[in-house]
Design a protein around this ligand. Structure first.
Ligand code: NAD
Length: 483
């Protein structure tokens, strides 16, 4: 599949496209070929402030519209997104290496706008007559300007998960895309314009953490900020909020997710699911099961089957629809994964599959890699690698493995495979994670279930029917004295 002839690379502020105020651009290179794809405008401090000012100006009239009117723009946008599916897929493939044959992001994005178009009436306040002489009530009201900062691994889904709920309840928005994958957000901005959203309601800027991300996090007119990305950046954003206006901050951060396989599990299914979890998107998934614990009685059988399944990927150009294993997103990600592979080789664990970049291929590829019996305190057991790299360790008892699974600062997703209902429920309760899969693992999620992390994997929950909507609303108590 070829790239579109025209690639949008400008900033979308107040309903119009513009170059950056200082003319600065950054390069997007194809991670499969390392060749230049586009020069993208980088938002300056002035541009970022202009985007926030546009959102602030647009807020009074947008928040006064009916839900139906706001929803009418969502429906137009969702249809335009679906029509552009192949273009979105090609842009993502060429900028961050996601194989086109595995691309569902645009459909998921459109579906979020469709869902929230219907969900505006779901959030309501409460009333109380429990205080004599009073009728009291709460009002749920939008914050005003909401900022969204997204990562590069599933950009369109995160864009919609933040913008759609924030907008439908009356906020206006500024989204900063990731410097590694800005092209689909910029393309979506062209569709926002086509759908006829009033100027300033959705502003989409491209740039780095420094300048534009940091300006948004410190901005006094941004009242809420929803972030998905690394823990390191999440902490900087939380600190910026504390140093500025104490804006509400939602953080969806990284993981080091365990999957526990007991001897009574359906082995074939467990292998299939756990291998897909760490292979999908070349391991660049926050909830990927990067630590697998297998009971000693089935360990050898599981390991052999896992290696066979995990190595059978079709590696190649992500623009080719038959490929299911693309490169890492860019040179930085590739270098980071290689560094972890070297650390793993020194850790005392055993390398049993892969372990390097393929020698016969240009671009930022990594072989599917398995380490076995890595010491629990090794760096590759503790830190998020964000690559197709998994540790498969052995355990004997339930108590031992629950302690090991929970011995992490992360808590995004955990999985247990067993046919024993009591044990399954003990693990559902005992695993320290915001999401627990029983006989399933990530990326399995429930559309009407909250998504988010325990511990350092995040703050707040996103999801339907109302979790995300509640993130973007203030609560006001109104006390009415009845004479
Ligand atoms: P990142 O933290 O490097 O960047 C994320 C975004 O933050 C980018 O847009 C970046 O420009 C911006 N940013 C960087 N520094 C900033 C600063 N000082 N202030 C404000 N913004 C700043 O993360 P990434 O590499 O893009 O994404 C990978 C990470 O995201 C992984 O840790 C992954 O686990 C996590 N992630 C989490 C979820 C989830 O739902 N929990 C989903 C996907 C990815």
């Amino acid at each position: 599949m070829a790239l579109p002839k025209h690639i949008e690379t400008r900033l979308f502020i107040n309903g119009e496209f513009s170059e950056s105020s200082n003319g600065k651009t950054f390069d997007i290179c194809n991670p499969a070929t390392t060749k230049l794809v586009a020069k993208v405008y980088e938002a300056s401090e002035e541009d970022t402030n202009r985007a926030v000012a546009a959102a602030k100006d647009a807020f009074p009239s947008w928040s006064n519209l009916s839900v139906e009117k706001r929803a009418s723009y969502f429906k137009k946008l969702a249809n335009l997104i679906r029509e552009s599916n192949d273009e979105f897929a090609a842009l993502e493939a060429a900028s961050m290496g996601k194989p086109m044959g595995t691309f569902h992001d645009a459909m998921m994005c459109a579906s979020k706008f469709d869902y929230f178009a219907e969900a505006g009436y779901l959030v309501q306040g409460t009333t109380s007559v429990q205080t004599p002489g009073f009728l009291n009530m709460t009002l749920r009201q939008p914050y005003g300007v909401v900022a969204a900062i997204i990562p590069w691994n599933v950009p369109l889904l995160f864009l919609a998960s933040k913008l759609a709920p924030a907008l439908i309840v009356g906020n206006t928005t500024v989204l900063k895309s990731s410097e590694k994958a800005p092209l689909t957000s910029a393309k979506l901005a062209t569709l926002v314009q086509k759908a006829g959203f009033p100027p300033g309601v959705i502003n989409i800027i491209t740039g780095f953490g420094n300048v534009s991300g940091s300006i948004l996090s410190h901005h006094m007119d941004v009242r809420a900020l929803s972030f998905t990305g690394s823990g390191r950046t999440g902490r900087l954003i939380q600190a910026a909020a504390a140093q500025s206006n104490l804006k509400a901050v939602m953080l969806e951060l990284g993981g080091k997710s365990p999957a526990v396989i007991f001897e009574d599990a359906d082995l074939e299914d467990a292998v299939k699911q756990t291998a897909f979890s760490i292979q999908m998107n070349s391991g660049q998934v926050c909830m990927a099961n990067s630590r697998i614990y297998v009971q000693d009685t089935i360990y050898d059988k599981y390991l052999e089957a896992f290696k066979e399944r995990f190595s059978a990927v079709t590696m190649g150009d992500p623009l080719d629809k038959s490929v299911n294993h693309g490169p890492q997103a860019d040179a930085i990600q590739h270098k980071t994964v290689i560094k972890y592979l070297e650390s793993g080789k020194q850790s005392g664990g055993k390398l049993v599959l892969g372990g390097s970049a393929p020698s016969d291929r240009e671009g930022y590829y990594i072989q599917p890699t398995v380490f076995s019996n890595t010491p629990e305190d090794a760096t590759i057991m503790k830190e998020e690698i964000f690559g197709p790299v998994v540790n498969i360790n052995v355990f004997k008892t339930e108590e031992e493995v629950l302690a090991k699974a929970n011995d992490t600062e992360f808590g995004l997703y955990a999985a247990v495979f067993t046919k024993n209902i009591d044990r399954a429920l003990r693990f559902a309760k005992g695993l320290e994670a915001g999401n627990v899969g029983v006989n399933c693992t990530s990326p399995t999620t429930g559309r009407d279930m909250p998504f988010g992390g325990y511990k350092s994997s995040g703050i707040a929950r996103e999801g339907e029917p109302t979790y995300s909507l509640n993130n973007f609303l203030e609560t006001k108590s109104v006390l009415i004295k009845i004479s």
